[in-house]
Design a protein around this ligand. Structure first.
Ligand SMILES: [Zn+2]
Length: 234
């Protein structure tokens, strides 16, 4: 049976590109309406500068493509809509952006439309581009991605009884747990978990106003990494 591919239009963020065969490129584009799309751009590496360069990572592009029921969709046209020059020109921001995108690629399934993930990612890149503190922003982005993916860590007291004291980090149970409720992991100081809670709650653009101590930030990053690893093992 011959499959009749349907022509579709979208706009999204290029999350990853990779060379394919002699002249092709595969691009992963995050769209609001169709989620994460894996697209085959035939002859992309031979294309004129404008079209080829539009597919660079972190660019916002308009795309026209043939939807296929299985495998890669076929990219027909691509047009550059927006770049983030403030990210490109700063190694720290660029590294942070790519680190965030790696989390997104790991957490977002293909072909699962979720407008929130797209909106969050645009917010994250826009704030980073504007020069907001990268690490707090990245932590806020990752905590939201985890929540959208169904792995929101409990950061508001003990997850079992609500206690506010003597809390430990129990990633395999879902977040903070007090010792009487069986928490046996490493202790988390109130300042650290309240900071993490605020980062998880505040809108990403508002995080620039949050004052976070360097040591608390490092601790928070380590807790979230541990949480993610525990979720992956489940
Ligand atoms: Zn408890």
């Amino acid at each position: 049976m011959i499959e009749v591919a349907q022509l579709a239009r979208d706009e999204g963020i290029v999350l990853r590109t990779q060379d394919h065969a002699e002249t092709d490129r595969i691009a992963v584009v995050l769209t609001p309406n169709h989620g994460r799309l894996d697209l085959l751009a035939k002859g992309a590496r031979r294309m004129e500068q404008a079209a080829g360069a539009a597919l660079d990572v972190l660019n916002v592009v308009k795309i026209i493509y043939y939807r296929r029921r299985s495998g890669l969709h076929l990219l027909k046209e691509v047009e550059l809509v927006r770049t983030f020059p403030g990210i490109r020109s700063d190694l720290d921001r660029a590294t942070t952006a790519l680190g965030g995108i790696e989390w997104a690629l790991a957490l977002i399934p293909t072909e699962a439309p979720d407008e929130r993930v797209h909106r969050l990612t645009v917010e994250f890149l826009t704030a980073l581009d504007a020069g907001h503190p990268p690490r707090v922003l990245a932590l806020g982005y990752v905590l939201r991605l985890l929540a959208v993916a169904g792995h929101r860590p409990h950061l508001d007291g003990c997850l079992s009884c609500g206690a506010q004291d003597g809390l430990t980090w129990s990633p395999e149970r879902g977040g903070l747990l007090c010792r009487p409720c069986g928490g046996s992991g490493e202790a988390v100081s109130p300042r650290v978990w309240r900071t993490l809670g605020a980062i998880a709650r505040l809108p990403l653009p508002a995080l620039a106003r949050l004052r976070v101590e360097e040591t608390d930030l490092e601790r928070g990053e380590a807790l979230v990494r541990g949480f993610r690893e525990a979720q992956l093992r489940r």
